[in-house]
Design a protein around this ligand. Structure first.
Ligand SMILES: [Zn+2]
Length: 403
């Protein structure tokens, strides 16, 4: 009797396992694989959240994305998930001095991440706030919808302390579950972008991060700040507004990733009244950002000429969440990128910079089933990235709005 019952249980368990392993077939007519290739008339087999096959289309599809352009879920390597405009349409970052309650701030952040996912981004790196850890956990647990979140939790800057203090601070970040270390090697562009941390401080921050197995993302506008960071072994340079060719050449040689951000500057300028008068968001600060835009366009062109590995990050703050894909458009229209290069920056190269190239950022066997499909052909007209019709993350559909 007991044996019979055990058999029944076993049969039921087997049936359940078979049910979850039932493959999903996704039909595509145009597929950009994230590694620079266009594939025609393929079908993807998806099992247990992963891509297990790519072949010529011949089966009856579970999901038919014919007519759309299918890409790997996009990756934004630099956002600030917790920044929002409050009820008075002014910038807030939660925390002290906010008019919103902590509960409201948390909901704004969750809404930001939901908008980002609906905009086609299935992975983001938030750099970062304490709340990110909870958002990361809830999203990973499937209880709130959003992109996969990586976070630095906090930042290292010139005031963090001497090298010994910085090392202890980085160790604490690691034990508090940070995915990376965010470092400010220079001032904000609104304050001139000059180097602020010493080489000794940068060596401590990047060196300790490496010892802890953490990547480093360095905010740097000026060449001296960036150069010292690259020499300290950092993973990625953000912004890079004033980088000279020698620094770009060094980055190419060292394999340092580069993330010039256009959306952040446009977003500030487009939403000026919502920021003006807060901290360094002064008239002078806005003038500096306006002057920065053509410099960013120029540095991206020079970085490409030097074969620097370019990733896609928006530095998305309040107002930018959900519009992250505008970065692709600015990269092409202002920075002179080929559409395919911009897409690769936001997929496989971004994944590589996160140390996740074997999991996300490409449509390939064994990788997470993270897909975005858009109406139109982004290789012919990059603004097609605005028309997201389908979003899948880890095999789960979050958006399906075919025409
Ligand atoms: Zn930032």
């Amino acid at each position: 009797m007991l044996r019979h019952f055990v058999h029944l249980l076993f049969a039921a368990a087997l049936a359940a396992a078979t049910a979850t392993a039932q493959p999903v077939i996704v039909r595509t007519s145009t597929l950009i694989d994230g590694r620079g290739h266009v594939l025609k008339n393929k079908e993807l087999t998806i099992e247990n959240g992963r891509i297990t096959g790519i072949g010529d289309a011949h089966q009856k599809p579970s999901i038919d994305l014919s007519g759309l352009t299918v890409m790997p879920g996009w990756i934004d390597t630099h956002i600030h998930a917790t920044w929002y405009f409050n009820a008075e349409e002014r910038l807030e970052q939660g925390g002290r001095g906010s008019k919103s309650t902590p509960q409201q701030a948390a909901l704004y952040a969750a809404a930001n991440l939901y908008a980002t996912l609906m905009g086609g981004f299935t992975t983001v790196q938030s750099v970062g706030a304490e709340l990110d850890a909870d958002l990361r956990a809830r999203i990973a647990g499937g209880t709130i919808p959003g992109p996969r979140v990586l976070t630095s939790l906090r930042q290292v800057n010139e005031n963090t302390g001497d090298p010994a203090r910085i090392r202890a601070y980085v160790q604490k970040m690691k034990s508090d579950s940070a995915d990376l270390v965010k470092i400010f090697a220079t001032a904000s562009i609104r304050d001139g972008g000059k180097m602020t941390m010493t080489p000794e401080q940068l060596n401590a921050a990047c060196g300790e991060a490496k010892a802890q197995g953490l990547r480093t993302l360095v905010h740097a506008h000026s060449s001296d700040g960036a150069r010292a960071s690259v020499e300290a072994g950092c993973t990625t340079i953000e912004h890079g507004t004033f980088l000279d060719d020698a620094t770009l050449e060094l980055m190419a040689r060292r394999g340092t990733f580069f993330d010039p951000n256009f959306l952040v500057l446009h977003n500030y300028l487009d939403n000026k009244p919502k920021f003006l008068g807060i901290g360094n968001y002064t008239e002078e600060g806005f003038a500096a950002m306006e002057k920065g835009l053509p410099l960013v366009a120029q540095v991206l062109r020079r970085a490409r000429a030097h074969n620097v590995k370019v990733v896609l990050g928006t530095d998305g703050v309040a107002g930018a969440h959900g519009h992250n894909a505008e970065e692709f458009i600015y990269r092409v229209k202002e920075g002179g990128d080929q559409p395919m290069d911009a897409i690769t920056s936001g997929t496989s190269v971004a994944a590589e910079s996160l140390g996740m190239g074997g999991q996300i950022g490409s449509i390939a066997e064994g990788l997470q089933a993270d897909l975005v499909a858009v109406q139109g052909d982004p290789l012919a007209d990059i603004t097609a990235v605005r028309h997201v019709a389908f979003v899948m993350k880890g095999g789960k559909i979050y958006k399906y709005a075919p025409r």
